[in-house]
Design a protein around this ligand. Structure first.
Ligand SMILES: Nc1ncnc2c1ncn2[C@@H]1O[C@H](COP(=O)(O)OP(=O)(O)O)[C@@H](O)[C@H]1O
Ligand SMILES: N[C@@H](CCC(=O)OP(=O)(O)O)C(=O)O
Length: 388
């Protein structure tokens, strides 16, 4: 059964099945919940090693993988002997203890597949404030370039958003948005979305393909989740995660994590639910930049730079003639031609005071002028949207 409720998207024909979407993906975020990572208060080492082998297989095919892993609270609670219904601050303390146990488990699992993990702790602010967002993105890009498998969790010491609800699904979606992943895989204890909660309704039908997330689809999970235990995410948070990912041009796969090699199983045709995205991550990102209403300043560029931009290049500091306004790294700024015409909007790679220092100068001089080795361009071409 295919659900396509409002304005059907047109997925690439090759991306219309779970296995094909996995084959087509270049950058994948895999979210693993506590119930899979932790078994009887200890890390599920054998299962983690199986998943690590799957990740290694994807990477051998040239795909990049970011893991979002829960389990810190559950592991820490086990070590500290805390009850399941511990106070919020006690859960945060448990996360502080459990996070290092969690990373030890990932270190061992990934090492068995000759891979190296890198711990990344994020909060919602980190993915919403542009400057922190740019910093987070740069770190994750650097980790991926270095061949590391980033293992992301919420920074539970300073944020409680996910542990309050006991779910990392939205964090996984925001991570997918941050790294511009084209596929978000949510490993669950169920092999996808059904027309109703299959635990309660034996007649519930499995949905392999969702092409739009209208209220009819959300209601399938919402209703079932309403009478589920308070504090569990259920399918509602998975669909909320899929909505966030979708708006960032990232498709979502809801997959059973109960298999020993869950990603190999999907590649081999195991049942799962694919929620398609109507655009690519770069298209979605660019329309988000184009929609930035709060442009904090402007860069006036010379004619050579205007031509280079029209040819799809990044804006070099040497082509910037004037800097206007007060903006930070990552803020949206207007790009203006010598005649005063607005050529487009982009995210500044340097703050206004740095931009003032580097304007008109060669790229090789930038590091000395600002005092650190930064992006080296005024606006990167991926962060730039031209008008017209
Ligand atoms: N429409 C639905 N289709 C599938 N599962 C559903 C649906 N509605 C509620 N659920 C419940 O959601 C559960 C999965 O959510 P959750 O327990 O949060 O998973 P995880 O621990 O994998 O994050 C399923 O086991 C199922 O009982
Ligand atoms: N940051 C928390 C995640 C909260 C949580 O339990 O998430 P999940 O297992 O995805 O429902 C942890 O590591 O325990």
């Amino acid at each position: 059964m295919v659900v396509s409720v409002t304005s059907p998207a047109t997925p690439l024909p090759d991306a219309a099945s779970p296995a094909a979407s996995l084959r087509a993906a270049k950058r994948i975020v895999v979210k693993v919940g506590s119930s899979l990572v932790v078994d009887q208060k200890a890390p599920a080492t054998v299962w983690l090693a199986g998943l690590a082998a799957d990740i290694a297989a994807l990477r051998a095919q040239g795909r990049q993988v970011v893991v979002v892993s829960s389990g810190a609270v559950a592991l820490g609670r086990g070590r500290l002997g805390l009850e399941r219904n511990a106070r919020l601050d006690e859960k945060q303390a448990a996360a502080a203890v459990g996070q290092s146990l969690l990373m030890q488990a990932w270190e061992a699992a990934l090492a068995s597949a000759s891979l190296t993990p890198g711990q990344v702790l994020l909060t919602r602010d980190d993915t919403e404030r542009r400057r922190r967002w740019l910093n987070g993105r740069a770190t994750l890009e650097a980790l991926l370039k270095l061949g590391v498998v980033p293992v992301v969790n919420e920074n539970d010491t300073v944020a409680t958003e996910e542990i309050r609800y006991g779910d990392n699904d939205r964090l996984a979606a925001r991570t997918a948005q941050l790294v511009r992943a084209d596929l978000l895989i949510l490993l669950s204890d169920v092999d996808g979305l059904y027309t109703a909660d299959p635990r309660r309704d034996p007649g519930a039908e499995h949905l392999p393909l969702i092409e739009s997330l209208g209220p009819e689809v959300l209601a399938m999970a919402g209703g079932a989740n309403a009478d589920a235990n308070v504090g569990t995410g259920g399918m509602a948070t998975k669909l909320e995660a899929a909505r966030i990912a979708r708006s960032a041009g990232c498709a979502t796969l809801i997959v059973s994590g109960l298999e020993a090699r869950p990603l190999s199983a999907v590649a081999a045709g195991a049942r799962a639910t694919l929620i398609t995205a109507p655009a690519t991550p770069l298209q979605a990102y660019k329309s988000w930049i184009a929609g930035s209403l709060d442009q904090a300043g402007a860069l006036t560029v010379d004619e050579g730079a205007a031509e280079a931009l029209a040819g799809g290049r990044s804006l070099l500091a040497s082509g910037v003639k004037a800097v206007e306004g007060r903006f930070d790294r990552g803020d949206a700024v207007r790009v203006v031609g010598t005649g005063g015409t607005v050529l487009g909007v982009g995210l500044a790679a340097y703050a206004a005071d740095e931009m003032e220092k580097i304007r008109g100068r060669h790229s090789g001089e930038i590091e000395d002028l600002v005092g650190y080795k930064g992006p080296g361009v005024a606006i990167h071409r991926d962060d730039l949207v031209l008008r017209g």
